[in-house]
Design a protein around this ligand. Structure first.
Ligand code: FES
Length: 242
């Protein structure tokens, strides 16, 4: 362990444990916050719908918070994301803590055994995440209309930034990149190859910065919800900008 600490501290300006520790704190905080938000049962103040409550679903006779019907989709999408897997395997399980460090477990089961075999569902979660994203874009358009009149408030801009970051994160997904063209050896030989090549080119730059989109969108989702909770509590007002 001491050797690990020395080699890491030589390689970078900050201690080796800082990044995994920050990952544990931020991801744990986000999970706790998400559960708390879902338990509130309320996430709307006109015209803003919290991203944790979108799309709004309620089933008659089942009195649970509407957030629970939908929040498992973005939660599952992030939990199975290839980038987040690397982040939490290294930080929560130290498995391994970095590239050059051996596995901490004796037998490496990887994602072939429960529960991590569920990570293989990511290629399906991306479809559901795109559906939720479409609803979030609709919510963002709604966030620019106040009693039927167009206006730009601080909340409207927060919604716009958030949905752009979420789109960058979703469309930079490794599974999506594979789907649109990453699985091909020859675009010109494939059916729809020209279109798939364009899509692949569009996804590539997002995919290159996938970690940045992942963290930025995690913060923006939280920020938008906090803003709505402060409005609901009457702590702040929503200033009109235009
Ligand atoms: S790999 Fe991160 S969202 Fe798909």
């Amino acid at each position: 362990m001491a050797d690990q600490a020395v080699s890491h501290s030589h390689a970078s300006a900050y201690p080796w444990w800082l990044q995994p520790a920050a990952t544990v704190v931020i991801l744990s905080g986000f999970v706790v916050y998400s559960i708390w938000v879902a338990l509130q049962g309320r996430g709307y103040i006109a015209p803003y719908l919290s991203p944790f409550y979108s799309p709004p679903v309620s089933i008659r006779g089942i009195p649970i918070s509407p957030a629970f019907w939908v929040v498992w989709i973005p939660a599952g999408f992030r939990a199975t994301c290839y980038y987040y897997r690397k982040a939490y395997f290294r930080s929560f399980f130290r498995d391994p803590v970095s590239c050059m460090i051996p596995e901490s477990r004796g037998r490496y089961a990887g994602e072939t055994a429960f529960p991590f075999i569920l990570n293989n569902l990511h290629r399906y979660m991306v479809y559901l995440a795109i559906v939720v994203l479409a609803f979030l874009w609709r919510d963002t358009i709604d966030a620019f209309f106040f009693n039927g009149r167009f206006g730009v408030h601080l909340g409207s801009l927060l919604f716009l930034v958030n949905v752009v970051l979420l789109s960058g994160y979703t469309f930079g997904c490794h599974a999506l990149r594979h789907l649109v063209g990453g699985n091909l050896d020859c675009f010109s030989c494939a059916r729809g190859g020209r279109t798939r090549y364009r899509l692949w080119q569009w996804v590539n730059p997002l995919n290159l910065r996938h970690a940045v989109w992942a963290w930025a969108s995690l913060f923006s989702v939280s920020l938008v919800d906090i803003y709505i909770r402060l409005l609901l509590a009457g702590t702040i007002s929503d200033p009109r900008l235009f």
